[in-house]
Design a protein around this ligand. Sequence first.
Ligand SMILES: [Mg+2]
Length: 176
Amino acid sequence: MEGQRARLKEILKAGKLPKLAVFDLDYTIWAFWNDCTAGPPYRRQSSLTIVDRSGEVLHMYPQSRMILEEFQKERVSVGFASRSPVPKWTRKVVETFDLLSIVDNLCEIYPGSKEPHFKSLQKKTGISFDEMIFFDDEMRNLVDVSKLGVTCQYCPRGLSVDEVEKCLEAYRKKQM
Ligand SMILES: [Mg+2]
């Protein structure tokens, strides 16, 4: 993992960075659909696992936390955009994984298309869509959000350094 962190740092330092990096939650940051779990109360088990009410262990993808932390270190704001049908549960999961401090108040969780999520993020931060990047495992969300001018990256197997590299490459190409 430390090798991956060093690689990520290099990728981040290799060129221009966006001002805001936004991430889907279910199957992008973590490996479950929150509405399919038993729900709260949740208990933190490790930096990458929590336990739900039924005792089931819920996992974050192994590189997610590191990626969020490294963006934050580079002073890129971090946000979440989720269409979860159980927003209160999902917010609790974010809290239990101890990610709320990373996203500050940029945590948009409600059903529907993701366009309102991004309009709200734009309003809260004053950052324009062309200075944002977005990671999601569902193509339809990427279609909606890329129409706004956000650089989008498909993550069919969850977030990893490979996707960050591809996304920043596309973002930097757009700047030229
Ligand atoms: Mg998802």
